[in-house]
Design a protein around this ligand. Sequence first.
Ligand code: GLU
Length: 424
Amino acid sequence: MSPSLLDDARRRLEMARPEAEISDEAWARLAMPRSTLKVSIPIRRDDGSLAVYAGYRVRYDSTRGPAKGGIRFHPDVGVDETTTLAFWMTFKTALMDLPFGGGKGGVAVNPKELSVAEIERISRAYIAAVADTIGPDVDVPAPDVGTGELEMGWMVDEYAKIRRQSLPAVITGKPLALGGIPGRSSATSDGAFHVIQALGERLTGGAEAPRVVIQGFGNAGAQLASLLVDAGYRVIAVSDSRAAVHDPNGLDVAKLRKHKDETGALTDPPVGREMDDPAELLTLETELLVPAALQGAIHKDNAWEIQARAVVEVANGPVTATADDILDERGIEIVPDILANAGGVTVSWFEWVQNRQGDRWKPDRVAQRLEERMVAETERVARLAEDRGIPLRTAAWVLALERLGEAMDATGTERLYGGGGKKG
Ligand code: GLU
């Protein structure tokens, strides 16, 4: 049997453990999720028939605060994937020092095959099914792959109906008109951009107009492409689930984004050359390779072919643990997901604070606070990596693990109760 996604993810934790100061008790508490909920989501299709989907909400840990994490609509969603994503969120919020734990949810459905009205029904039915386990002080969902502002709007509205009160802090990533915050939809790419800029030459080797390859031209990937072009990088290739486009001299990203918005795909692009085999995109020679789609894109079978100087994980878990070892051996730097894509949940935190205070934050305040937080945490990770001679990934996990361990120990350890194990 191949290892589960969670086993693969846990290997990173095991690598970090010898470097981290963490008690055995805290370690033991991290062995499994706090709670796992599987629900059925029946909806009426537009043609009058009934469809039933499987939905999930996993709370991996909430020692540091309410669980926090997105809701994914994708056909591959299942309990292993959702648990792993909740596990990653636990470490992401700890690394960024946000007052949250980690959670995740999802529905096993392909939203591309459904009408808008059907997606609304699924969004509302999902919230009805998990309403008892979420809440502003308990577990706070947000967008993830396959969901966005629209879905969050339906969800927060449904929750208000169920509770018969307005509770905007239950969900982040909402439309502005329903208590959302300016800058949430660009937060993941903005955060990744700050991380890349803060690491600078460590990633680019000082190359002039450094080359960038982006796998995944959705919300985060496409916006990051524009930010990098504006900052003088050369985006030489991008791909979505259907096509890959290449131009060694640099693509006109604005034109490609317009094309994707209008047609829904990168197929038949107005600029660059459509690659015969989109999988080859990952193996192009480049300074930065940015996997911004799904987990497991770089694995043991293609890790030896990667010709990037650095890999920036904008997706969650795009490099498997085995591929990690290979890239490390080959001296390819990896900027880990729990840092590189943490801009999204960081702005979610601002949104949650704003909602709880009944306030409205201005775009400048969001942008400034995000940059400060991203740069500070990136510098902490880079410093630890340098001091100990460990990869950035291990350094990030060490910092997150220590923060979590500290919180867990503060709830009491064996030592506090007099050591000695069981009495009487
Ligand atoms: N889904 C995003 C992530 O994986 C954002 C989660 C959130 O904002 O709570 O980080």
